[in-house]
Write a protein that binds this ligand. Structure first.
Ligand code: KIV
Length: 302
């Protein structure tokens, strides 16, 4: 049973997933996470019964039409996080800290994450990077904000990586990844996202750290999996990366639906009488009289 603190809003789902729930799933049933960016995607994730929702900065590409995540700012994340949390989803809501919201130091990071919590309703924040983020993570945890780490292919490091490249292929990189993962755990993360790393390396990290890992393009050895919801629903047209499995083709279905609407409008088949509003009988009769008078006499209504 969950206890509601005095003054907490009524109506929260009793199934609400919490940070301790997630932490306790290490080595247990796989955790399921999908991204969501607005009320409709949050409702879909909620009704499908996933464990965690990520308001990812992939927002930039899949919703805002940007080339990468570097242009996403804190206001974007706050606005979209608020749209997700307004539907009061049961999954734990993790919100990405956008590029430059934590790179300038712990104080800026706490203020940025504080906005995500206060204005966006974030229940945890996620940030990218390894040992260089330890101070920032400590400050966030000190400010009572749960933190998710993100290692491997970190999209905010696009310029340094020279593209979206699988990380951890060389032994030196594997050693770095393991040391980074341990440092993040030491700093206080409760969950670790591993993106774009060989399956064997992700499984090794998963074995070594006491917190659950969630993989994306990281093989089946993690404690859970995350996909971008637009990818799994087939809402992003064009070829998908190899780690994406498409469970629907909603883009094609949506194009077909809009095309059929356009055909109906052009053929004057939409709207029908049933899809239109009717005048009450007396108003219709008075209107008929008025129209006839107008036709007879010309001029105004009276
Ligand atoms: O922004 C995002 O969607 C992410 C996932 C790919 C993990 O960080």
């Amino acid at each position: 049973m969950s206890a509601r603190p005095p003054g907490a809003p009524q109506g929260a789902s009793p199934r609400k997933v919490t940070v301790p729930d997630v932490r306790a799933r290490k080595g247990g049933d796989p955790l399921v996470m999908v991204t969501a960016y607005d009320a409709p995607t949050a409702r879909i994730a909620d009704e499908a019964g996933v464990d965690l929702v990520l308001v990812g900065d992939s927002l930039g590409m899949v919703v805002l039409g940007m080339e990468d995540t570097l242009g996403v700012d804190l206001d974007d994340m706050v606005r979209h996080a608020a749209a997700v949390t307004r539907v009061r989803p049961s999954p734990l809501v993790v919100v990405d800290m956008p590029y430059l919201s934590y790179h300038t130091g712990p104080r800026d990071a706490v203020l940025a994450a504080g906005r995500l919590v206060r204005e966006g309703g974030a229940e945890a924040v996620k940030l990218e990077g390894g040992r260089n983020r330890v101070e920032v993570i400590r400050a966030l945890v000190d400010a009572e904000i749960p933190v998710v780490g993100h290692l491997g292919l970190t999209p905010q490091s696009l310029l340094r990586m020279g593209g979206y490249r699988v990380q951890g292929r060389a032994l030196r990189e594997v050693e770095r990844l393991l040391a980074d993962a341990e440092a993040l755990v030491e700093a206080g993360i409760f969950l670790l996202v591993l993106e774009g790393v060989p399956a064997r390396v992700a499984a090794l990290v998963t074995e070594r750290v006491p917190v659950p890992t969630i993989g994306i393009g990281a093989g089946a050895g993690c404690d859970g999996q995350v996909l971008v919801i637009h990818d799994l629903l087939g809402l992003s047209p064009g070829p998908a990366p190899r780690f994406v499995r498409r469970y629907a083709d909603l883009h094609a279905a949506a194009v077909d639906a809009v095309r059929r609407f356009a055909d109906d409008v052009r053929a004057r088949q939409f709207p029908s009488r049933e899809e239109s509003y009717r005048l009450p009988r007396e108003t219709a009769a008075a209107l008929d009289l008025g129209v006839r008078k107008l036709a007879r006499e010309g001029g105004g209504w009276n």
